[in-house]
Design a protein around this ligand. Structure first.
Ligand SMILES: Nc1ncnc2c1ncn2[C@@H]1O[C@H](COP(=O)(O)OP(=O)(O)OP(=O)(O)O)[C@@H](O)[C@H]1O
Length: 314
C-alpha cells in the first residue's frame, strides 16, 4: 500500500478580475516532498493560482487544501512564498529584514537570528547583511527574497518565477536548495518560463493554458503521452509511407532516417502498420519512438485551440 502523502490540493479554482476570467476550474495537486514545475504562457493564470494558495487573493470558487484541510491562516503562516512582484522593504537592511520576517512568523529572537545567518550564508549573501536591499543587484535581491521565503522553516514553498534573472551559479544554488527542501518533505511549487530548467528540476510538471491545467504529470509520463512520432531508418519513405494514410512525414530525411508522426485520430496500432509497411518495402535498420522534449510538448499544448476558439469557429 502507498504511504500516505500530504498534498497541497487545488480544486476547481475560478477567479475573474472584472471581465478577465483568469482561472477556469484550476485543479491539480502537489505532494509533500516533490518539486512541481508550473508552466504556461504569460497571463495563463499561474500567479493568480499561487496568490490564492497563500491567501493574498481570494478565489471566486474552488478550494485549496493542505493535507485534506482548508488552507487557513494557521497553515498560511507555515508557507514560504516568493511573490512575483517580490516584496522586500527596499530601505531595510538585509539581515534585519530577514530576522523581522522570521519573528513575524513566530520564531523567537535567537532562532530568527540563527535562521537569518544560515540562509544568508547558504544563499551567498552573508556579506550583504548590513546593506539595504535596494543597494543589492537584482540577482542578489532575489537570493534574499528566497531567504525571506525560507527563514521561518516553512512546511510548504510557493515560488513565483524564482529563477528569473538569476546567473547560472545562482540558478544552481537555488536548485540545490529547492531539492533539499523537497527531500525534507516540503511540497515545492515554482513557476518558470525556463523549460529546460523545469524539465531538469521538477518531479512533476503542470502546463496551464487560459486558466486551467491542460497537462500534468511526471516528465517521463508527459513525454510519452505527447505526439506519437517515430524515427525510421529504412527504405525511402516515399516507397512505404503512403500505405499508411493515418501517418505523415514529420521531419525531413537525415542520412536516410525520417521522422514520421501519427495524425489526429490515428489507430493505436499505427506504429505497427508503419513498421509493416516499411519492412514490406525493404530492410529497416532502426524504428524507435521519438519522445518530445518539455519545450516541444509545451508548444504543442499551449498553441492548441481552446474549446472556446473551436466553438467560435463552429
Ligand atoms: N490585479 C489584476 N487586475 C486585473 N487583471 C489581472 C490582475 N492580475 C492578473 N490579471 C489578469 O489575469 C490573467 C492571469 O494573470 P496571471 O498573472 O495569473 O498569469 P501568469 O500565468 O502568472 O502570467 P505571467 O507568466 O505573465 O506571470 C491575465 O489575463 C492577467 O492580465
Amino acid at each position: 500500500m502507498d504511504r500516505w502523502v500530504a498534498t497541497l490540493a487545488f480544486d476547481a479554482l475560478t477567479k475573474a478580475y472584472g471581465d478577465v476570467q483568469a482561472l477556469r476550474g484550476m485543479t491539480f495537486d502537489v505532494r509533500a516532498g516533490e518539486i512541481f514545475g508550473f508552466v504556461g504562457s504569460n497571463g495563463a493564470g499561474k500567479s493568480t493560482t499561487m496568490r490564492i494558495a497563500v491567501g493574498v487573493l481570494a478565489a471566486d470558487s474552488g478550494t485549496v487544501t493542505w493535507d485534506g484541510r482548508p488552507v487557513d491562516h494557521a497553515v498560511r503562516r507555515r508557507i514560504g512564498y516568493m511573490p512575483e512582484e517580490r516584496g522586500l522593504y527596499p530601505r531595510m537592511k538585509v539581515g534585519e529584514q530577514l530576522v523581522y520576517l522570521a519573528r513575524l512568523h513566530g520564531l523567537d529572537p535567537a532562532a530568527a537570528r540563527a535562521s537569518m545567518e544560515h540562509w544568508t550564508e547558504v544563499l551567498g549573501v552573508a556579506g550583504r547583511r548590513d546593506d539595504e536591499v535596494l543597494k543589492l543587484s537584482l540577482g542578489n535581491q532575489q537570493r534574499v527574497q528566497l531567504a525571506a521565503a525560507l527563514v521561518h522553516h516553512p512546511e510548504i514553498l510557493v515560488l513565483d518565477e524564482p529563477f528569473s534573472g538569476l546567473d547560472p551559479v545562482a540558478v544552481d544554488v537555488m536548485s540545490t536548495v529547492l531539492r533539499e527542501q523537497a527531500a525534507g518533505g516540503v511540497p515545492v511549487i515554482f513557476s518558470s518560463h525556463q523549460l529546460e530548467l523545469v524539465e531538469r528540476l521538477s518531479d512533476r510538471v503542470g502546463i496551464v493554458r487560459a486558466g486551467s491545467m491542460v497537462a500534468v504529470g511526471g516528465i517521463d509520463e508527459l513525454r510519452s503521452t505527447g505526439d506519437r512520432r517515430w524515427v525510421v531508418d529504412g527504405p525511402p519513405a516515399a516507397d512505404w509511407l503512403p500505405a499508411v494514410p493515418t501517418a505523415r512525414l514529420s521531419d525531413g530525411v537525415d542520412a536516410g532516417r525520417v521522422v514520421v508522426e501519427a495524425v489526429t485520430g490515428a489507430p493505436a496500432d499505427v506504429d505497427q502498420q508503419l513498421l509493416r509497411a516499411a519492412l514490406a518495402a525493404g530492410p529497416v535498420r532502426e524504428f524507435a519512438v521519438v519522445r518530445p522534449t518539455l519545450t516541444e510538448l509545451y508548444r504543442h499544448v499551449v498553441t492548441a485551440e481552446t474549446p472556446e476558439q473551436a466553438g467560435a469557429r463552429a
